[in-house]
Structures are given as structure tokens and as C-alpha cells.
Design a protein around this ligand. Structure first.
Ligand SMILES: *[C@@H]1O[C@H](CO)[C@@H](O)[C@H](O)[C@H]1NC(C)=O
Ligand SMILES: *[C@@H]1O[C@H](CO)[C@@H](O)[C@H](O)[C@H]1NC(C)=O
Ligand SMILES: *[C@@H]1O[C@H](CO)[C@@H](O)[C@H](O)[C@H]1NC(C)=O
Ligand SMILES: *[C@@H]1O[C@H](CO)[C@@H](O)[C@H](O)[C@H]1NC(C)=O
Ligand SMILES: *[C@@H]1O[C@H](CO)[C@@H](O)[C@H](O)[C@H]1NC(C)=O
Ligand SMILES: *[C@@H]1O[C@H](CO)[C@@H](O)[C@H](O)[C@H]1NC(C)=O
Ligand SMILES: *[C@@H]1O[C@H](CO)[C@@H](O)[C@H](O)[C@H]1NC(C)=O
Ligand SMILES: *[C@@H]1O[C@H](CO)[C@@H](O)[C@H](O)[C@H]1NC(C)=O
Ligand SMILES: *[C@@H]1O[C@H](CO)[C@@H](O)[C@H](O)[C@H]1NC(C)=O
Ligand SMILES: *[C@@H]1O[C@H](CO)[C@@H](O)[C@H](O)[C@H]1NC(C)=O
Length: 458
């Protein structure tokens, strides 16, 4: 007999000191099938470093963990495993290692507040899926305030390490279809983070988020490494607003070595994002790597400062590098996305080394976000300043969309933009031109051929 009684008891209690076989293997054994199966095991924690660029804060160096909790599963793809998940996270919090075991499928049908995590490794080897109960989720998901963001669960705490190579699936299709029918549908974000510090998320596969893949709020010193993002709609309703990462009220975040196939910003720095490093990213189908949108809410002061974006490649995108700011007049992109009138500052942002491949605008600085009437935008210039911005070492070719232009540098007045520099911009449109629309910016600092032909904003 392959299983000892002690092992069976260990599975039943789900908290064990040593590795033991999987639930599926146990079921197989119980049925007498006797097939081959992976025994329960812990993944070794990946050693993550930040290179070639280093963030200003040293990366977290988590201490070893002292016990293991295997998460049980109903393993039927339907029944909610949330209780098992909470049990394991509580039992192994403060020093343990939680395993979503290889071969099992986990289903989450309850909004989980996971902001209590502390000194814990979460080893996702298998497959976790959120249920498709859109009525439940809209009533119970966590509300994050900014842009009506809601999340399936809320991750927070200190010294949290998540890895393991497994998949987290947001069951997005039903949401893409629902949103197409009603833009006020509250689609949950896949990974909702509120107050996470000194933590690392790495080696994860994220699929079919209903909305953004990550929303990182109130957090500091968090590294995301080797995250693989994708999820396309199979119906005529496209998967909208599927940003890879949005950061908000956060500092010292690193996002690196990741692959993103999505339909909105690859990475986006929302209000109060400071000291961020993004490097070695491959983004396909996105809206670029964006600062903003900012200035959306009247009476608020938004800060995005000290951002370095290095070695990224943007394919099939609307934008490469983008700064988007709402004007000082009420504007609307859609029924569920409107704003304007906020103030603040964007300062010390560098986009260094970007490959442009079939991108509409390689660079887009737009202080008229959400306002298609340029006259109106210029009548009410944004009070949100854009200062010390450097775009350098861009290579590649844009799409035909704005040909002959490859970019746009549009400030709503000359007093709000200062020291915007574009150097070594070796990007051309398909017919070989490198023109850009330049408005209220000193042209001498821009390594493009400035013109005054407004062709539109994304
Ligand atoms: C929702 O998921 C359940 C369980 O997997 C499935 O039976 C049902 O068909 C799904 N409903 C929709 C509308 O996709
Ligand atoms: C972040 O922290 C602020 C201040 O404590 C709080 O009001 C807010 O709810 C938190 N979460 C988000 C998503 O902003
Ligand atoms: C939030 O949703 C409400 C309706 O539910 C809508 O009126 C409002 O414009 C939305 N706000 C934002 C910022 O999306
Ligand atoms: C951003 O930070 C500034 C300065 O601390 C503060 O006034 C503002 O309220 C913050 N905005 C948000 C959205 O948290
Ligand atoms: C740039 O990023 C790519 C992945 O997109 C990686 O293969 C390459 O090694 C990186 N270059 C440097 C200098 O790190
Ligand atoms: C990139 O996205 C396009 C759609 O925009 C898709 O057809 C293509 O397969 C994607 N490329 C890869 C390598 O996934
Ligand atoms: C600008 O931001 C970078 C990080 O991207 C930082 O290293 C540098 O010190 C900042 N410069 C100033 C003047 O704050
Ligand atoms: C860009 O999209 C086209 C199809 O729309 C696809 O053939 C191509 O592979 C994509 N580029 C990359 C780098 O995936
Ligand atoms: C744009 O705004 C200006 C100024 O308010 C107004 O005169 C003009 O009619 C608007 N144009 C359109 C197309 O709405
Ligand atoms: C490039 O294409 C645009 C329109 O797509 C055209 O206006 C322009 O004259 C072309 N330039 C060259 C050099 O062919």
C-alpha cells in the first residue's frame, strides 16, 4: 500500500510538517485506480533579484518558513474552496508555507479579505478559478474607490511571497459580455492589493481577468517578477480595461521580466505612484506603459514621480510611452469613465530603451485626455504640471494609424509643461517619416520632426 494511515490523517487535517501525496492521488488510490501522480511537495522559493537596473530600496529578503499547510480542495470545479483556503492561510500565517497542490483545481466563490497576511509563502502550483456568479461578485467584491475599482479578494500585509508556477483564472468571458451590455457592470480586478509591503509575487500565470489584472494600492517595496498575463474574449465583445498593472498610493514597486497580452495599459501609474521601476517587459496588444490617467477628480492632487521604465517592447499597441492627463473641464470617455479638473504633478519620469512594433503612437503626451474638443481643452488648461520627462533610445516602426506622425506632445498650455526631452528616437511610420504633433512644448528638445497637424489622441 502506497499511503500510510498517518499520511491520510495529515491530508484530512491539511497541516503537515513534511511533504505528502496529493488529494487527487489520494482519491485515485481510494478508487483503486493506482495511476501515476505527483506527490505533495513544496516549491522552492525563487530567488528574485532586480537587474539590469536596481531599485533604490533593497528587495525584500524573506526569512525561511517553519511549517507547511496544504490547501484542501473539493476539486470539482464548482464547489467553493474558500473555507479551505482561509483555514490554510490562518494556520500557516506568521512563518508558514501554504501550498495549492499540483494536480488540484481550486474554486473561489467568496470575496476574501486577505489583508492579515504576515511572514508567509503562498505556493500556487495548480489552478485557481473565480466563480462566474456575477450577481454575487457585484454585491460582495471589495470596493477600492478609485475609478469604481472592485476586487475578488484583497491582498495585504507584510512579507508575503507568492510563487509556484500556477494559474489564477478570473473567468472573464462572462464579464466581457456583461460589460458590453451594461458599462456600469462592476467587473472585479483579478489581483486586488491594498496595503502590501516587503513582498514578492513571481512565477505566476494570470488568465481572463474581468478587468485590470493587478491593482496595487497603499503598498510599498513589492516586486512582481515573471508574471505571464493573457486573456482574450472569444465573443465579439472585447476584453476591455484589462490593464496589466495599475499602481495607486504606492511607492517602491518593481515590475519586471513579464509578458503581457492584454487590451489596455500594460502598466499604468495612477495617482500617487512614486519610485517605480519597470524593466524587461514584453507587451502585446496594449495601450502602452502609461502615467495616468491623472487629474480625473476635482479637488484632488495627484503625484507621479521618480519612475524609470527600461527595456520594454511594445507590440500591436495604441501607445508605447504615454502620459495622460484630464483637462480642467468636465470630460467624458464613456458613461462609466469621466473626469477632469484635478491638479497635481508628474515629475522625473524616464522611458529608456523601448522597441516599437506596430504601435499607433510611440510617444503620446496628452493633457486633453477624455476631451475630444481640443478648443475646449485649450480654453481650460490643466493645472497638473508635467516636468522633467525623458524619452530616450526608442527604436522601431509605428502602425499606419497616424502616419506620417509617430507621436504627439500636447500640453494644454506652455506653463504647465517643463523640460520634456525626447532623444535618440529612431522610430518611423511605415512610410519612413518621423513627424509628431507638438503643442505648447519647446521643440528643440524633441528628436522628432514637429508639426502642427492634430490627428487625434488615443
Ligand atoms: C458558470 O459556472 C458553472 C460551474 O462551472 C457552469 O455550470 C455554468 O454553466 C456557468 N454559467 C455560465 C453562464 O457560464
Ligand atoms: C488606502 O489607504 C487609505 C488611507 O488609509 C484608505 O482610505 C483607503 O481606503 C485605502 N485603500 C485604497 C484602495 O485606497
Ligand atoms: C462609477 O460608476 C457610476 C455609476 O455606477 C458612474 O456614474 C461613474 O461615472 C463611475 N465613476 C467612474 C470614475 O468611473
Ligand atoms: C496624493 O498625495 C498628496 C500629497 O500627500 C495628497 O494631498 C493627495 O490627497 C494624495 N492623493 C491620493 C489620491 O491619495
Ligand atoms: C530586455 O528584456 C528582454 C525581455 O523582454 C530580455 O530578454 C533582455 O535580456 C533584456 N535586456 C537587458 C539588457 O536586460
Ligand atoms: C499579439 O496580439 C495579437 C492580437 O493583438 C495576437 O493575434 C497575437 O497572437 C499575439 N501574439 C502573441 C505572441 O501572443
Ligand atoms: C529621478 O528618479 C530616479 C528613479 O527613476 C531616481 O533615481 C532619481 O534620484 C530621481 N531624481 C531626482 C532628482 O529625484
Ligand atoms: C501582432 O498582431 C498580429 C495579428 O494582429 C500578429 O500576427 C503578430 O504576431 C503580433 N505581434 C506579436 C509580436 O505578437
Ligand atoms: C468645442 O468647444 C468650443 C468652445 O467651447 C465650442 O465653441 C465648439 O462648438 C466645440 N466644438 C464642438 C465640435 O463641439
Ligand atoms: C506618408 O503617409 C501620409 C498619409 O498616410 C502622407 O500624408 C505622407 O505624405 C506620406 N509621406 C511620405 C514621405 O510618403
Amino acid at each position: 500500500m502506497r499511503f500510510q494511515l498517518t499520511t491520510i490523517l495529515a491530508i484530512a487535517s491539511a497541516t503537515v510538517a513534511v511533504a505528502s501525496p496529493t488529494w487527487a492521488a489520494f482519491e485515485q488510490w481510494a478508487k483503486g485506480a493506482g495511476g501515476k501522480s505527483a506527490p505533495e511537495h513544496t516549491s522552492s522559493r525563487p530567488s528574485i533579484s532586480c537587474h539590469p537596473l536596481h531599485p533604490s530600496k533593497p528587495p525584500p529578503s524573506p526569512p525561511p518558513r517553519n511549517r507547511v499547510c496544504y490547501v484542501k480542495s473539493h476539486n470539482d470545479g464548482v464547489t467553493d474552496d474558500s473555507k479551505y483556503i482561509l483555514d490554510a492561510l490562518h494556520n500557516c500565517n506568521n512563518g508558514g508555507h501554504v501550498v495549492f497542490a499540483e494536480g488540484l483545481k481550486y474554486t473561489i466563490g467568496t470575496a476574501l479579505d486577505l489583508t492579515f497576511l504576515n511572514h508567509i509563502d503562498i505556493d500556487i502550483q495548480s489552478y485557481i478559478q473565480f466563480t462566474n456568479d456575477t450577481v454575487y461578485w457585484q454585491a460582495n467584491s471589495f470596493r477600492f474607490g478609485f475609478q469604481n475599482v472592485t476586487t475578488f479578494f484583497k491582498l495585504g500585509g507584510n512579507d508575503v511571497n507568492i510563487y509556484g508556477g500556477g494559474t489564477i483564472d478570473g473567468n472573464g468571458q462572462i464579464w466581457y459580455d456583461l460589460y458590453a451590455a451594461n458599462v456600469y457592470t462592476l467587473r472585479p480586478v483579478l489581483i486586488g492589493i491594498d496595503g502590501l509591503h516587503n513582498s514578492i509575487l513571481s512565477n505566476l500565470v494570470l488568465r481572463y481577468s474581468p478587468q485590470y489584472y493587478h491593482f496595487v494600492a497603499n503598498s510599498s517595496n513589492v516586486i512582481f517578477d515573471n508574471i505571464n498575463i493573457a486573456g482574450r474574449s472569444i465573443s465579439a465583445n472585447v476584453a476591455k480595461n484589462t490593464d496589466g498593472w495599475d499602481t495607486y498610493r504606492s511607492s517602491d514597486i518593481v515590475i519586471q521580466n513579464s509578458v503581457v497580452n492584454n487590451g489596455d495599459d500594460c502598466v499604468s501609474f495612477k495617482p500617487n505612484s512614486t519610485d517605480m521601476l519597470v524593466q524587461n517587459m514584453w507587451c502585446n496588444g496594449s495601450h502602452g506603459i502609461s502615467v495616468g490617467s491623472l487629474g480625473q477628480y476635482k479637488g484632488e492632487f495627484d503625484i507621479v514621480e521618480n519612475i524609470y521604465v527600461f527595456n520594454t517592447s511594445l507590440h500591436n499597441a495604441t501607445d508605447g510611452a504615454r502620459i495622460k492627463v484630464w483637462p480642467n473641464t468636465p470630460s467624458a470617455l464613456s458613461g462609466d469613465l469621466q473626469g477632469g479638473g484635478g491638479s497635481g504633478m508628474v515629475k522625473n519620469i524616464t522611458y529608456d530603451t523601448m522597441i516599437i512594433d506596430n504601435v499607433d503612437y510611440a510617444i503620446e503626451v496628452d493633457q486633453c485626455y477624455g476631451q475630444s474638443n481640443l478648443t475646449l481643452c485649450l480654453q481650460f488648461p490643466s493645472p497638473l504640471t508635467i516636468t522633467d520627462i525623458l524619452f530616450k533610445n526608442f527604436n522601431g516602426k509605428t502602425s499606419k494609424k497616424y502616419q506620417p506622425e509617430i507621436g504627439t506632445f500636447a500640453c494644454s498650455s506652455s506653463t504647465v509643461c517643463n523640460n520634456i526631452v525626447a532623444s535618440a528616437i529612431n522610430v518611423v511610420s511605415p512610410n519612413g517619416t518621423d513627424e509628431a504633433y507638438c503643442l505648447n512644448v519647446p521643440q528643440a528638445n524633441l528628436d522628432v520632426t514637429c508639426n502642427t497637424k492634430y490627428l487625434g489622441f488615443n
